[in-house]
Ligand binder design. Structure first.
Ligand SMILES: Cc1ncc(COP(=O)(O)O)c(C=O)c1O
Length: 508
């Protein structure tokens, strides 16, 4: 056995011979409905969690394991990719796959987020999304700016090479007109990703959109006519608020609790206003970072069913969770109420403008026709780049890297907030994504804080922009994409500014 271990280059291989034999003899049921790669994943996961494969253990090479359990190499690649995505194993350049070190525990800082629960039916328009968006873009490009405002991921290192390969491989068809639903290969790849999230979906159910912003427009404009009532979470993503106002909808902002939208207030307003749509960011919500638990999701769907109200589920932060998240609403929706949106903006590059929409059988054609009116189809070049990236197998590795980096950054931000912010402030502790939400004492002028912060080269999101008609409590959204040293420096300065405002309030 020892000789064989050396021959396949295992180095410091398994903790003992039994573990090695167990991995090489993973029992597979070739008639089961569970795919083979998931059977391999589950077996290895079990062994890692039981400590049979300790941290640092090297796994068999893809070829060795494929031969040992008599599956295609792609099946092993897929199993290793899922394990890597779960953070259980890591690929080391040129050396193979190793069991990860136990993740560093998150700081034990429970969220004290418990805002006043008042419904907002705005009397005035929300802040201009155009001004908000362009001002933030201008500010973040200033030299020396610490950007806690907007959030774009750093692209994968090899993106340029992937982009070149995508363009050369697909050739002349790449630059021709295409069908509005988007390229078949990309739709198949996205369907495969979504099946792993629990959605029952095929390439035919998908529409590739120009970012999820376009998905919001397609869905909202399908369900809403001027004057209709629409429910949003309060606070929520300003791009949704702006879109609804543009369509002439009357918005009802139902407050977020620490577990998601307030279901009691939601039911009252479903009964009293008969809204035409509920917009929710069910997982890693923007701006609070809150993920709705499974029971909350089930209850929300039951309400949608009872009051016959469709749901727009915007899952823009899909894949950036540090901990397992519940199934999307779309995955447990029995009666076709949910339209699901996803995007590559938060995990790959927003500039590509590639998102996707999972429609219902009865709305698919109408949404597709509307998409054709807007822009004929999403950019074929961008779609080919995303396809190439997904096919290269880098996606899971990149996601894994983003999650690990953002988790460290989030921890650094939580620690810095604890250290530098006044006691009267409270914040959410998101289990993923890129933002957290800080609630400040009543009467605090967040606008003044934003101005002073900007003068010290710190960009933050004024919470007012996330409430319908800016009618909410004082708050700010902070993105934790910057590295820990920058976060510590920026939050120390911001904390000083916020404290000075809290002190001046006390002396009033
Ligand atoms: C919740 C949510 N939906 C949609 C979008 C728009 O993203 P995209 O770049 O995919 O259009 C964003 C961007 O920040 C967002 O936070």
């Amino acid at each position: 056995m020892g000789r064989r271990v050396c021959a396949v280059g295992f180095g410091r291989v398994f903790a003992d011979r039994l573990s090695w034999v167990a991995v090489m003899k993973i029992p597979l049921d070739r008639h089961a409905s569970k795919p083979l790669y998931l059977q391999i994943r589950d077996r290895l996961k079990h062994m890692i969690e039981k400590g049979l494969l300790p941290s640092g253990t090297q796994l068999p090479s893809i070829r060795t394991l494929a031969e040992a359990v008599q599956v295609n190499k792609l099946t092993v690649i897929e199993a290793y990719s899922v394990l890597e995505g779960d953070g259980l194993i890591q690929a080391r350049q040129g050396a193979g796959y190793f069991v990860s070190n136990a993740p560093t525990p998150a700081p034990r800082m429970a969220s004290t987020f418990a805002p006043v629960q008042s419904v907002v039916i705005p009397q005035q328009r929300s802040q201009s999304f155009y001004t908000l968006y362009t001002n933030s873009l201008k500010a973040r490009h200033q030299a020396g700016m610490i950007d806690f405002g907007l959030g774009s991921p750093s692209p994968p290192e090899d993106l340029q090479r992937l982009a070149r390969r995508a363009v050369t491989q697909i050739g002349e068809t790449l630059f021709d007109y295409d069908f509005p639903q988007g390229q078949l290969l990309l739709r198949q790849q996205v369907a495969h990703m979504l099946i792993q999230l629990g959605l029952e979906v095929s390439a035919d159910d998908l529409i590739i959109t120009a970012g999820s912003q376009q998905g919001v427009y397609l869905t909202a404009s399908h369900y809403i006519r001027p004057g209709d009532w629409v429910i949003v979470e309060s606070p929520t993503y300003p791009g949704i608020l702006a879109m609804l106002e543009q369509l002439g909808a009357q918005v009802i902002g139902i407050p977020m609790t620490a577990e998601g939208i307030n279901l009691t207030l939601l039911e009252q307003h479903l009964r009293s206003h008969q809204p035409k749509l509920i917009c929710t960011i069910s997982t890693l919500q923007n701006p609070t970072g809150i993920t709705m638990p499974q029971s909350h999701r089930q209850a929300l769907l039951e309400l949608a069913d009872r009051y016959r109200c469709p749901i727009l589920e915007d899952n823009a932060y899909e894949g950036l969770n540090f901990e397992p998240v519940p199934l999307p609403l779309k995955a447990i929706d029995q009666n076709g109420w949910v339209t699901y949106l996803g995007t590559f903006s938060k995990t790959l590059m927003p500039g590509l403008r590639v998102g996707y929409l999972v429609a219902n059988p009865d709305t698919h054609r109408a949404l597709l026709e509307q998409k054709l009116m807007l822009d004929l189809h999403a950019s074929t070049v961008s779609q080919a780049i995303v396809s190439e990236y997904l096919a290269s197998g880098h996606h899971r590795r990149h996601l894994n890297h983003l999650r690990a980096t953002y988790q460290q950054n989030r921890n650094a931000m939580l620690q810095a907030l604890e250290q530098h912010f006044p006691e009267a402030a409270c914040w959410t502790v998101p289990q993923g994504g890129i933002f957290l939400w800080v609630q400040l004492p009543e009467q605090c002028s967040v606008q003044a804080i934003c101005h002073e912060a900007l003068a010290e080269n710190i960009l933050i999101g004024n919470g007012a922009a996330f409430f319908p008609g800016q009618q909410g409590y004082p708050a700010m959204r902070l993105s934790f994409l910057r590295p820990p040293e920058e976060i510590e420096r920026g939050i120390a300065t911001l904390g000083r500014i916020v404290r000075s405002h809290c002190i001046s309030l006390r002396s009033l």
